[in-house]
Design a protein around this ligand. Structure first.
Ligand code: 5GP
Length: 111
């Protein structure tokens, strides 16, 4: 299944990349909800947390450890918020797992 984010990863539609490696990419959110708002997306088109299988354990751990690295790269030294929506009822709109990283404001709204 080719998702919107797979198309961005594959260069079929434009995206503003702030980081990429063999496992994941980080792009700027097109509708930022904070001064800094990026999305960490695994290259593997996992739908959401409900779609994970045991073989994804290493990848998910890798992503978690990469979050503070990216936050530091983006200058979020006062803290940041991470959001991972699962399913329509959880506010998920794009069905390719992604972690929102938001920051750069004194106080962030609940998203
Ligand atoms: P979700 O609601 O699925 O957790 O978050 C999806 C996010 O993707 C939203 O914050 C939305 O602004 C962002 N988004 C939707 N379409 C695009 C797009 O074409 N490019 C980028 N960079 N972000 C997108």
């Amino acid at each position: 299944m080719s998702t919107l984010f797979s198309k961005i990863i594959d260069g079929e539609i434009p995206g503003e990349f702030v980081y990429q490696d063999e496992h994941l990419v980080v792009i700027k959110d097109i509708y930022p909800k904070a001064p800094v708002h990026v999305l960490m997306i695994p290259r593997k088109p996992i739908i959401n947390l409900d779609d994970l299988c045991p073989e994804d354990q290493t990848l998910m751990g890798y992503m978690m450890l990469k979050v503070p690295e990216i936050a530091a790269q983006l200058g979020l030294d006062k803290g940041y918020r991470t959001i991972l929506n699962t399913g329509k009822g959880g506010g998920q709109e794009v069905f390719h797992l992604h972690i929102h990283i938001l920051g750069g404001a004194e106080a962030l709204p609940f998203t």
